[in-house]
Write a protein that binds this ligand. Structure first.
Ligand code: HEM
Length: 223
């Protein structure tokens, strides 16, 4: 393994980690806005927040940063995985596998499934709202908004859709469980004192995000 390989691989991991942490921040913001839908029968809070996210010029710029971030994270993930497979000496495979945690071994697989979920998610909500104009309108205080909340509620009244989301979100949870602590390791934060805390916090965050998202389709379906 040449030095240049090690350096480039470390650089890729650092970039992936920073982008990954940015994506986790997005997930928290997205979750907060989506949860607004559950506690407000008029859907005003959610629709106004979605409208703000969809029209604010600064957030529009960030949206492209977000899409670029997703793309970069995926491309680097695939490259790193392929390099890993190529660099692994014969007979090492079994040992490496037993040393790693369960979820860390499936990052590429869970990652690919998340991409499949995102394609479906985009065609259901984002593309319909942005490009097809298929969303109904609703008026609050004389202002017109797209009724994105109604679309979400209609989708989650279909059992098949709810099952698909719950499975996809569990897969996302497995991915996140390893992602956060791995990001800190790639960034060089590795200390006997702090690592146990980071591992625990990583799991806590993965559980909060996963349970929070899963709560949405289940709540809407069962209500
Ligand atoms: C119950 C779960 C979810 C619901 C109800 C939901 C709902 C929505 C809706 C309504 C939109 C379009 C309008 C908007 O921006 O508000 C959207 C966009 C988007 N969603 Fe989700 N989402 C969920 C889960 C996820 C997950 C798990 C991810 C990432 C892995 C994700 C990533 C995105 C992205 C990247 C966009 C486009 C960017 C944006 O418009 O903010 N969503 N989602």
């Amino acid at each position: 393994m040449g030095k240049s390989y090690i350096y480039s691989s470390v650089t890729k991991k650092v970039i992936m980690s920073l982008v990954g942490l940015f994506l986790i921040t997005f997930l928290l913001v997205h979750l907060t806005i989506n949860l607004l839908l559950l506690f407000d029968p008029t859907r005003e809070l959610f629709n106004v927040a979605a409208h703000f996210m969809g029209t604010n010029p600064l957030i529009q710029i960030f949206q492209w940063v977000l899409f670029g971030g997703f793309a970069l994270h995926m491309i680097l993930g695939v490259i790193l995985q392929v390099q890993n497979w190529m660099a692994r000496p014969k007979g090492y495979k079994k040992k490496a596998a037993s040393e790693k945690s369960l979820f860390s071994r499936f990052m590429i697989h869970t990652g690919i499934l998340i991409v499949v979920f995102l394609v479906i998610h985009f065609s259901d909500f984002f593309i319909k709202a942005k490009f097809l104009g298929e969303i109904g309108e609703i008026v609050y205080n004389g202002h017109h908004y797209e009724d994105m909340g109604l679309l979400v509620i209609e989708k989650f009244q279909m059992l098949g859709y709810v099952i698909f989301y719950v499975i996809a979100l569990l897969i996302l949870g497995f991915h996140l469980d390893h992602a956060f602590q791995s990001a800190f390791q790639s960034l060089g934060v590795n200390h006997p004192k702090y690592t146990p805390f980071i591992m625990g916090f990583s799991r806590f965050l993965a559980i909060v995000i996963t349970v929070g998202y899963i709560f949405i389709p289940l709540f809407i379906y069962l209500k």
